[in-house]
Design a protein around this ligand. Structure first.
Ligand code: PRP
Ligand code: URA
Length: 214
C-alpha cells in the first residue's frame, strides 16, 4: 500500500480554509499556500536520513550530523511553484528541478511541456520531493513518478495540499509494492471525490488559475 500521511496542524487547517474560500484574492491565496509549504517542509524533511559529522566548536570537538542524501525538489508547473518556498527556505541546499505538465481538458491526461533535472550519478542516494497542490485523477503525479523511476530514482515523496480518493487509489494501483517501498505521499486533506470534469470536491477550484490570476 502507498504510505499516505494526512498531515494535521491547526495552521494548515486555518490556511487551507482561506484557500478554499472563493472570495480569497490572489495575493492572500499565494501567501497562504507559501505558509502551508513551511509546515509541510518540516514534516517531509523530518524523514530525511542524517549521517554523523564531527565539528570543532571554539572549545572542543562535538558530535553532530548532516543531511545524508542529495535532495531534489520537483514542483509540477504551474501550481507546484506555490509550494516551493518553505522547502527552499528551510533547506537552501535543495536542488530545484521542474516538470511542466497541464491536463488535457477533454481526456484529463497530463501533457508534458518541460523537464529539467540535474545530472546525478549516485541515484540510490537521492531523495526527490514532488510538490503539487492538487492530486485529482492522479495522472500528473503518476506521469512524474514514472519519469523518475525510468531514470533510476527510487526515493520519492509526493506532497500535495488537497487530494481526491480517486487519485490516491490510482497512484496506489499503478506502482508495485517494491516501487512503493521507497515512496511516501503527504497531503493536508483527502477530499470527498471528483466531479465529472475531474475537479476535486469540495476542493478550491483551479489552483494554477487562482494563484496566477489567469
Ligand atoms: C492541475 C494541478 C495538477 C493537476 C492535477 O494542473 O496543479 O498538476 O491539475 O490533476 P490530475 O491529478 O488529474 O493530473 P493544471 O493541469 O490545471 O495545470 P496548471 O498548474 O498549469 O494550471
Ligand atoms: N486541478 C486543479 O487545479 N483543481 C482541481 O480540482 C483538479 C485539478
Amino acid at each position: 500500500m502507498l504510505k499516505v500521511n494526512e498531515v494535521n496542524h491547526p495552521l494548515l487547517a486555518h490556511y487551507l480554509t482561506i484557500l478554499r474560500e472563493k472570495t480569497t484574492a490572489k495575493a492572500q491565496f499565494k501567501s497562504s499556500l507559501e505558509k502551508i509549504s513551511y509546515i509541510l517542509a518540516v514534516e517531509v524533511f523530518s524523514h530525511l536520513k542524517s549521517e554523523a559529522k564531527i565539528v570543532e566548536t571554539p572549545l572542543m570537538k562535538a558530535k553532530g550530523s548532516k543531511i545524508k542524501n542529495k535532495v531534489v525538489l520537483l514542483p509540477i508547473l504551474r501550481a507546484g511553484l506555490g509550494m516551493t518556498e518553505g522547502f527552499m527556505e528551510l533547506y537552501p541546499e535543495i536542488i530545484v528541478s521542474h516538470i511542466g505538465l497541464y491536463r488535457d481538458e477533454e481526456n484529463l491526461k497530463p501533457v508534458k511541456y518541460y523537464f529539467k533535472f540535474p545530472q546525478i550519478k549516485d541515484k540510490e542516494n537521492v531523495n526527490v520531493i514532488i510538490v503539487d497542490p492538487m492530486v485529482a485523477t492522479g495522472g500528473s503525479v503518476i506521469f512524474t513518478v514514472e519519469y523518475l523511476l525510468s531514470m533510476g530514482i527510487k526515493n520519492i515523496s509526493i506532497v500535495s495540499l488537497i487530494s481526491a480518493p480517486e487519485g490516491i487509489n490510482s497512484i496506489d494501483k499503478r506502482f508495485s509494492a517494491q516501487e512503493k517501498e521507497n515512496m511516501a505521499f503527504y497531503t493536508c486533506k483527502i477530499d470527498e471525490k471528483l466531479n465529472n470534469k475531474g475537479y476535486i470536491l469540495p476542493g478550491l477550484g483551479d489552483a494554477g488559475d487562482r494563484m496566477f490570476g489567469t
